[in-house]
Design a protein around this ligand. Structure first.
Ligand SMILES: [Zn+2]
Length: 457
């Protein structure tokens, strides 16, 4: 939604050495050898009890027997998934509570609605004026972390170091984004973005066709994008509500990707992308909340929303596969973000980013018993309260109080969905590398008249 552009010069100064080492993440990687035991959802789809060993933020082995050598052993009861990858958000807006004021023909319409300007945009301006942007970003990231995200694409208000979760806008990841209307893109900016795609940029994100399918301004955007030379490999389209099966086929041919944000789309326009047609065309589709203001509070909520939306008119035997939704938040999302060599699955040499959740059950009327859900059905019904632990670069950043107290050096107590949790922010600028989340929250609440709760289902 916002109109900022990532500072391209930062991308240009990226050194090969920095790129080679980003797996460990610069600030918060867990350096000690560790091993995590739980029910691991493997890259090949196999789900079994295993030990995942890692050091310096990178997975070194996956074994059925307890490894010898690690200094720290983390044992959990739940499913161990790769960390979720949020391929589209606007994290610096995510201190602002949910907002809606009816439906609009396209994104340019609500951006001019005085009600939007007062309740959302002016709050953001206040946040910036108060100098609280950095805290607001941390707060927004915390809202993502509790829902299992370990990497977020956000077109941040300003480049910010990774203190908490991975930030796709940091130059190491070689991603850029352009959020303004494609029709009005400055030719010099377009030239620069195209040049970067020929060089260092791996992924370039555009908001395209965000509006009703019947809206002319929304319909023409894909054609405008092509006219400007961006129908090409490395380009990611966010939303694409008005895209047709023919457009999806063209995207596939040009090795382009799609990010789907159903909840935000349905709230703002009453309709969303034909995601089944995109999948049928063979596109890699990722799912992401867009932002918390009109979308979901976090990735788990967006997965739950998508599951309910996709299955609303389907018979139980025809339900949309939960494993596909899992892939949209992990392996597909990693491909969309250009990080599939390091993230998106639990494999040796990849980064030690994990989401660990409870194993959910469901009540079966026929047998009058609670039945265990499989790993995928369980994931798409979880809330942040069901999260046992989130690990980024081998370091626990959020989870159950007991686990966090045991495995995180320092953390702040919080309540999420009536559960006692703890959250750990790391900052190398402070002496003890610890940032008290409750102090961050208090500063924002002092600076802004209205702050969204950490979890807003
Ligand atoms: Zn957006």
């Amino acid at each position: 939604m916002p109109k900022r552009l990532l500072n391209s010069t930062l991308v240009a100064v990226l050194s090969a050495a920095a790129f080679a080492s980003w797996c460990a993440a610069p600030v918060f990687a867990q350096n000690a050898p560790c091993a995590l035991h739980g029910t691991v959802v493997n890259a090949d789809g196999e789900v079994k009890d295993e030990w995942v060993s890692f050091v310096d933020g990178r997975i070194t082995a996956i074994t059925e027997t307890k490894p010898v050598g690690p200094k720290i052993f983390i044992e959990v009861d739940g499913f161990v998934y790769p960390g979720l990858i949020d391929t589209h958000n606007h994290v610096h807006y995510n201190v602002i509570p949910q907002w809606s004021n009816g439906q609009y023909p396209n994104r340019y319409a609500w951006q001019q609605d005085p009600e939007y300007l007062e309740k959302v945009e002016n709050q953001f301006v206040r946040e910036s004026d108060s100098g609280e942007t950095a805290d607001a970003v941390l707060y927004g990231e915390a809202r993502s972390v509790i829902g299992g995200a370990t990497l977020i694409q956000s077109n941040y208000a300003k480049p910010q170091a990774e203190q908490f979760i991975r930030n796709l806008d940091v130059p190491n990841y070689r991603a850029e984004s352009y959020t303004g209307p494609i029709e009005k893109i400055d030719p010099a900016v377009a030239d620069k973005l195209r040049d970067n795609l020929n060089g260092t940029t791996l992924r370039l994100f555009f908001h395209i066709a965000e509006g009703k399918k019947s809206d002319t301004a929304t319909q023409v955007e894909f054609g405008l994008l092509k006219d400007k030379g961006f129908a090409r490999s490395g380009v990611v389209l966010i939303h694409g509500i008005a895209l047709t099966p023919a457009n999806f086929a063209e995207m596939k041919q040009n090795k382009m990707h799609l990010v789907w944000s159903p909840r935000s789309n349905l709230r703002l326009y009453g309709e969303t992308t034909d995601v089944q047609a995109a999948l049928d065309a063979g596109l890699k589709v990722a799912i992401a909340p867009d932002w918390t203001v009109t979308g979901s509070s976090n990735m788990l909520d967006e997965l739950r929303f998508a599951r309910n939306y996709l299955n609303r008119n389907r018979k139980p035997q025809e339900k949309f596969p939960s494993q596909k939704l899992f892939e949209m938040a992990t392996s597909n999302a990693a491909e969309v973000a250009g990080v599939s060599d390091k993230l998106g699955s639990i494999e040796v040499k990849k980064c030690a980013d994990f989401l660990i959740t409870k194993k959910l059950v469901h009540y079966d009327k026929k047998t009058d018993a609670f039945l265990k859900l499989d790993a995928y059905d369980s994931l798409v019904q979880c809330t942040p309260g069901d999260v046992e632990l989130v690990v980024v670069a081998g370091r626990p950043v959020y989870g159950d109080s007991e686990l966090m107290s045991k495995y995180a050096k320092e953390s702040s107590a919080i309540k999420v969905a009536n559960s006692n949790k703890r959250i750990a922010i790391h900052d190398e600028k402070t002496d003890d590398h610890f940032v008290d989340f409750n102090a961050v929250e208090a500063r924002i609440k002092k600076a802004l008249p209205c702050v969204a709760p950490l979890y807003e289902p």
